[in-house]
Write a protein that binds this ligand. Structure first.
Ligand code: HEC
Ligand code: HEC
Ligand code: HEC
Ligand code: HEC
Ligand code: HEC
Length: 190
């Protein structure tokens, strides 16, 4: 999915996409959490770990029940791995979150809105989950995409490379000069 960077249209497309995603998955999620939390309270951690891994691979839940966890394929969020589900979820109500991101995340991590003059679009919008999975991911730092895809997934590469400051820059180099979240400098420069 490529979005051409032009001010407020970016936000609009972005927000519409998010709604579309939520709409498609809402039904599946409800049924999954029922099985996970009501059906098997005692071993909730293990079972969900297994099921969530399967969900991330978009496999059917039925298949997931029989699948094995291959931990080495994933990087885990420390709190998830330690099965501190209740640090983020109101367990008695299934997968209901105690708070929505970004407040949920800022409860444990530094708030980028403090001490920064420039916030990255999606960070300012509080959309941590457009780049991070809250549980685990195949990429380091819980990133949903590989380093060479992450930035140019939203930023049209043609436009990025039109700017001569990017001459010779590799697709995976972006973080050498830009902070992904926020900065004191324009363009989130380091
Ligand atoms: C760091 C906070 C955090 C922790 C810890 C955490 N979760 Fe979540 N969880 C989330 C967020 C945020 C979402 C919403 C994801 C979304 O909207 O895409 C979520 C969604 C879910 C869902 C809905 C289905 C899905 O995968 O989107 C289930 C089920 C779930 N969590 C189970 C668990 C279990 C079980 C644990 C403990 C082993 C756990 N979570 C630990 C933050 C957390
Ligand atoms: C209950 C506390 C808690 C909450 C809430 C929380 N985290 Fe974390 N997070 C941690 C801990 C502990 C670590 C591991 C130690 C560290 O790197 O600070 C961590 C690490 C991370 C890392 C680095 C992972 C790595 O492999 O180095 C990312 C990215 C991250 N969290 C994102 C988030 C996002 C996004 C949210 C909100 C959805 C969130 N966290 C909510 C406690 C939390
Ligand atoms: C545009 C994508 C993007 C968004 C949106 C985003 N992050 Fe990140 N985040 C990254 C990348 C890339 C890294 C890895 C940075 C590195 O390796 O130097 C990272 C790393 C982290 C880390 C690990 C510590 C660090 O700074 O390296 C934490 C914690 C974190 N993010 C939390 C958050 C929270 C909380 C939000 C929402 C307020 C958020 N992120 C939104 C891309 C993003
Ligand atoms: C989820 C979509 C998304 C991802 C992924 C993403 N960005 Fe952005 N980025 C945006 C939005 C939205 C803006 C705000 C656009 C605007 O203000 O015109 C923005 C703005 C920027 C700006 C400032 C542009 C300006 O004109 O002020 C820079 C620099 C930037 N992003 C770099 C990056 C880098 C580096 C990465 C990879 C770590 C990245 N972006 C990943 C959506 C994204
Ligand atoms: C060598 C350092 C460097 C690297 C690496 C780098 N940038 Fe930049 N980038 C800059 C500078 C400097 C600016 C400020 C541009 C200006 O002053 O015209 C900028 C501006 C931007 C902007 C806003 C202005 C524009 O041209 O649209 C975006 C978006 C952006 N970078 C994205 C990226 C992405 C995506 C990557 C990775 C493919 C990347 N940058 C890698 C230095 C870098």
């Amino acid at each position: 999915m490529r979005i051409i960077l032009s001010g407020s249209t970016v936000y609009l497309v972005f927000i519409l996409l998010c709604f579309a995603l939520i709409a498609c998955t809402a039904k599946k999620r409800t049924s999954i959490y029922r099985i996970l939390f009501d059906g098997v309270p005692e071993e909730v951690g293990d079972i969900v770990l297994q099921d969530s891994l399967a969900i991330s691979d978009s496999t059917e839940f039925e298949n997931a029940q029989n699948s094995k966890i291959i931990n080495t394929e994933f990087y885990f969020h420390a709190v998830y791995q330690q099965k501190e589900c209740d640090a983020c979820h109101e367990i008695s109500q299934g997968n209901v979150l105690l708070e929505q991101p970004p407040e949920l995340c800022y409860g444990c991590h530094d708030d980028y809105r403090e001490e920064n003059t420039v916030l990255h679009g999606p960070v300012g919008a509080g959309m941590c989950l457009t780049c991070h999975n809250p549980h685990f991911a195949k990429n380091e730092k819980l990133l949903l995409k590989k380093k060479d895809e992450l930035c140019l997934d939203c930023h049209e590469s043609g436009l990025v490379y039109q700017n001569e400051v990017h001459d010779g820059v590799e697709r995976s180099d972006c973080l050498e000069c830009h902070n992904p979240h926020a900065s004191q400098e324009m363009y989130m420069l380091n």
